[in-house]
Design a protein around this ligand. Structure first.
Ligand code: SF4
Length: 255
């Protein structure tokens, strides 16, 4: 794996596939833990990253550090990369042809690192990954902000879109929501602590419950599971209650 990534980075370092090579100082390759199950995908290097050739060291890097502090996940434990590896002049939006030229490197990184969790930061990387995994992408700005912090399960991957740290630099009122959304990283990186004793595990193992419930909640966003919430409060709840709070009568008398 390391050799493959090194080979890929060598190719990226010499890349001239789109016109951004003319304005870059340095290409910024992916970095972090190659064995991480979590991959963060941002948009493109900023000015400081372009000069130093490394990720998230500018103002948005400081915001990312702050957001990660709320997750107890360190950047060393993550593999992070960009959709576009060269700086966009004057921080403009990436052009479609630049995304098409550069995204093949990201596809390779995902193939080699094979993360079980992909967290996209901001509009363009989210749009790209949603297209790659055939997840419907909202058309409205409101719709886009509503998918941030929401877990999608596709092809055995957990996809968690989050706002880009830079957006807090432009609009501090987003900070609270983004802290809450980034905390989801800590949830999706571990299974539910009740899973091993949960009746749903037994129903699933007996083929009585669809895998989607386990993937979405028990091994996904367990914080949103009604069973988990009631268990935490010590509130009684039926063995036949699903994570969405509904009682599945069909499960009765099946254990
Ligand atoms: S942005 Fe990507 S495709 Fe374009 S020159 Fe840089 S590395 Fe190559």
């Amino acid at each position: 794996m390391i050799k493959e990534i090194q080979e890929l980075n060598k190719e990226i370092m010499n890349c001239k596939k789109c016109s951004l090579w003319k304005s870059r100082t340095k290409v910024v390759c992916g970095m972090g833990d190659n064995n991480s199950k979590l991959m963060l995908i941002a948009q493109a290097p900023g000015e400081k990253e372009d000069k130093e050739g490394t990720m998230f060291i500018g103002p948005s890097g400081e915001v990312l550090e702050e957001l990660l502090k709320h997750t107890k996940i360190t950047r060393e434990e993550i593999y992070m990369t960009n959709l576009v590896k060269c700086m966009l002049p004057r921080n403009r939006k990436p052009k479609q042809e630049e995304i098409e030229a550069c995204s093949s490197y990201l596809d390779e990184e995902i193939r080699i690192i094979n993360p079980s969790i992909i967290s996209t930061l901001g509009y363009y990387s989210t749009k790209y990954i949603f297209k790659e995994y055939s997840i419907p992408f909202p058309q409205s700005r409101k719709g886009i902000s509503e998918i941030f912090g929401k877990l999608f399960i596709v092809a055995n991957k957990k996809i968690l879109p989050l706002g880009h740290p830079a957006s807090i630099l432009h609009n501090d009122s987003l900070r609270e929501k983004m802290i809450k959304d980034y905390k989801k990283l800590q949830v999706v990186i571990t299974d539910c602590k009740w899973f091993l004793t949960c009746p749903l595990k037994r129903f699933y193992e007996k083929g009585l419950l669809e895998e989607k419930w386990i993937a979405k909640y028990c091994k996904g966003d367990w914080e949103s599971c009604k069973r988990y919430q009631m268990e935490e409060k010590g509130e009684y709840h039926s063995d036949y209650m699903l994570p969405n709070g509904r009682i599945n009568e069909l499960l009765k008398n099946k254990l």
